[in-house]
Design a protein around this ligand. Structure first.
Ligand SMILES: *[C@@H]1O[C@H](CO)[C@@H](O)[C@H](O)[C@H]1NC(C)=O
Length: 124
């Protein structure tokens, strides 16, 4: 349900930006941490951080969602955090118990999704 709602919202904002005289600004804050090559250990707590330097005048989505992607594919089963304030620039999450690998990345959603650099998840 959450996925459908988000997709619908994204689709609607894409459609409306083509016809509206004052299109809603799309803000996709860039993921800073975890940086490329960072290592997260399952069960430990980490901060996801992102840039807040350049928000649009009218922010249409104050709240963010962070999802774990593997090999560039986001997996909504691994929703790490939701409904945090995007302007804060960081949120603390617990590293989920997933298969250890070096091709994980964070997808940060505001109005739209922004995928961060690839990092490693290791077993404890
Ligand atoms: C996350 O960042 C906040 C604010 O800088 C800090 O107080 C906190 O200790 C950090 N947590 C982790 C797990 O790094």
């Amino acid at each position: 349900m959450f996925l459908i709602t988000t997709l619908l919202a994204a689709t609607l904002s894409t459609l409306s930006s083509g016809v509206s005289a004052a299109p809603a600004a799309v803000w996709t804050p860039p993921v800073i941490e975890p940086h490329a090559g960072a290592v997260w250990v399952i069960g430990q707590y980490y901060n996801i951080t992102w840039g807040t330097d350049d928000p649009p005048d009218q922010i249409t989505d104050y709240y963010g969602h962070a999802i774990l992607a593997k090999g560039g594919i986001q997996n909504w089963d691994n929703l790490l955090a939701s409904n945090f304030v995007l302007l804060d620039g960081w949120v603390t999450v617990q590293c989920p118990d997933v298969e250890p690998a070096d091709d994980y990345a964070i997808v940060l959603f505001g109005d739209s999704g922004d995928i961060g650099p690839q990092f490693t998840i290791a077993s404890s």
